[in-house]
Ligand binder design. Structure first.
Ligand SMILES: Nc1ncnc2c1ncn2[C@@H]1O[C@H](COP(=O)(O)OP(=O)(O)OP(=O)(O)O)[C@@H](O)[C@H]1O
Ligand SMILES: [Mg+2]
Length: 511
């Protein structure tokens, strides 16, 4: 191209000294100024003519050219858009005249959030289209949005599961346990140990405290403990403390006597302690319990009696309590946000539910079990996951644990139109979900039966920022120490030769 000015030439002589008064001139100026605004705030922009030929790229777009295989603008401009930008949808925009305001585009240059807008001439005919790269690396720039989406997806999954259970209850007239130990997939030493502890807890009637990161299976285990306990025929009643407003929690827990309130509560209602009579009360997210209620819960657990709102009579209850949290309760106690006496009351049978990265050997079995379930829901079996893809899964950090693994598999299944999910496809899903690798695949413990595949993974270069490598190493060392100490943070800190406070600091950074 001879033209070195990268801006498209203005077609109208709008450059007048005075401010334009008529709508058409203002509009023409607005169009130009919007164009320049987009050109400067976006990551890159290009134009195609009505035949789909690239006619112009702006300064910003030039930086994507090497990744697309071009060393200069001259080589790039003049080609049909689909020849030079794999997976582009610009052709559809030209054909339908419809804009894609926001879309994700993935090709060999990476994943991008893009806009595609048709351009129309004076007679409203399509004269070309404009492609805008709004963000590159959306996995970083859009992280808050993506994590919010992941949270919403998680709530949706939970709500669906709850609904499915409600239907079963209505059908059977009684609340069954959703899960048993058979549903807890895993034969790794860490999984076997957690099941052993949970089975032992099922034999007792003392409170159980399930501690573990989000998505590790705490709720599943609570159900399994109930189902394996002497109370299995009784009800299992769950309260998600984080989901109930503080002001309503007391009534939710202890109930309200008739006449205590006017309005909807006039008739009174039973609290969860009463509803769980003869069965199990599952207090989920116990770390979110307000202080005022902590005192009342402690009293209830100590005395075996509750006091419904509006009554001054104590009523005995008979429910076994299982509590769960993904908070670090010991830290909350240290910081004075959780009562120490309640902590010890609940901490009679603590069970630490290990994160997925401490039981990578379970990943192939989990993929199979989750895949079967996803297949049942979607009405089509999950495509086969290749050994390389499995090795890639085994190399991830999995901060969201099994729930996150499940989401990734669902995404991969949705996008795959082949009978296999392979490593490159999975890489795209992982990148877009903002999931980061903990270690290069090649350096990972091989997945049993897939040693060759693990060895074939992409090695991470030592020529990366030192801080990143140190962080990875720290993360691995802390995970290993926690695994070796059975989750005891004091012992883990000793093993690592650091103070417990430093360990907590690091945990906050990496969990
Ligand atoms: N060992 C396992 N085998 C199979 N599925 C599992 C296992 N552990 C968890 N899951 C599944 O993973 C999802 C998350 O589990 P669960 O809700 O029990 O986690 P959680 O620890 O309570 O998480 P949160 O703290 O976020 O509430 C569920 O769909 C559950 O069925
Ligand atoms: Mg839970």
């Amino acid at each position: 191209m001879e033209d070195t000015d990268t801006r498209p030439q203005a077609t109208e002589g709008a450059a007048t000294a005075g401010l334009p008064q008529d709508a058409d001139s203002i509009l023409a100026l607005a169009a130009r100024s919007m164009f320049h605004l987009f050109s400067s705030i976006s990551q890159g922009m290009f134009l195609v003519d009505r035949t789909g030929r690239i006619v112009w790229v702006n300064e910003g777009y030039k930086r994507f050219l090497p990744a697309l295989g071009f060393s200069s603008v001259e080589q790039f401009v003049g080609h049909m858009v689909e020849e030079v930008i794999p997976n582009t949808q610009m052709r559809q925009v030209l054909e339908t005249g419809e804009a894609y305001l926001i879309d994700l585009l993935t090709n060999r240059a990476g994943t991008f959030v893009v806009s595609r807008i048709p351009l129309r001439g004076g007679d409203d005919e399509i004269i070309g289209a404009i492609g805008i790269v709004l963000f590159d690396h959306p996995e970083n720039t859009l992280k808050p949005l993506i994590s919010k989406f992941a949270r919403m997806q998680r709530d949706l999954d939970d709500a669906r599961r709850e609904l499915a259970t409600q239907r079963v209850i209505q059908g059977a007239g009684q609340r069954p346990s959703k899960y048993t130990f058979a549903n807890f997939v895993g034969a790794s030493p860490a999984a076997v140990e957690v099941k052993r502890q949970a089975r032992r807890a099922a034999q007792s009637s003392s409170p159980v405290l399930l501690l573990g990161e989000t998505g590790t299976g705490k709720e599943l285990l609570a159900h399994a403990v109930h189902a394996a306990s002497a109370r299995a025929r009784g009800p299992l009643v769950s309260v998600n403390i984080a989901a109930v407003p503080d002001t309503l929690l007391e009534a939710e827990f202890f109930g309200v006597v008739p006449g205590a309130y006017t309005g909807a509560e006039r008739k009174g209602r039973d609290g969860k302690f009463k509803l769980a009579d003869g069965g199990t009360l599952f207090l989920d997210e116990i770390g979110d319990m307000p202080q005022s209620l902590q005192a009342k819960l402690l009293r209830a657990l100590q005395e075996g009696e509750i006091e419904p709102l509006g009554s001054n009579k104590l009523v005995p209850f008979d429910a076994r309590v299982i509590a769960a949290t993904s908070c670090d309760l010991a830290t909350l106690v240290r910081e004075g946000r959780f009562r120490e006496d309640l902590y010890y009351r609940l901490n009679v049978l603590p069970i630490r539910v290990p994160p997925l990265r401490e039981r990578r050997a379970d990943i192939p079995a989990l993929v199979e079990a989750l895949g079967e379930d996803i297949g049942l829901r979607n009405g089509a079996p999950l495509p086969e996951v290749t050994p390389e893809a499995l090795a890639l899964l085994s190399a991830q950090t999995w901060r969201g644990n099994i729930r996150e693994l499940r989401n990734v598999l669902e995404q991969a299944a949705m996008r795959s139109d082949s009978p296999r999910i392979d490593a490159p496809q999975l890489e795209v899903v992982l990148r877009e979900a903002g999931i980061e690798k903990i270690a290069p695949v090649a350096a990972m413990q091989p997945v049993p039966g897939h040693e060759a595949a693990a060895a074939a993974g992409d090695g991470a270069s030592p020529l990366r920022p030192l801080a990143q490598q140190i962080e990875e190493l720290e993360r691995q060392a802390i995970s290993a120490a926690l695994a070796a100490s059975g989750g005891n943070k004091l012992a883990a800190a000793r093993l690592l030769g650091i103070s417990r406070a430093t360990l907590y600091d690091r945990l906050n950074l990496i969990v």
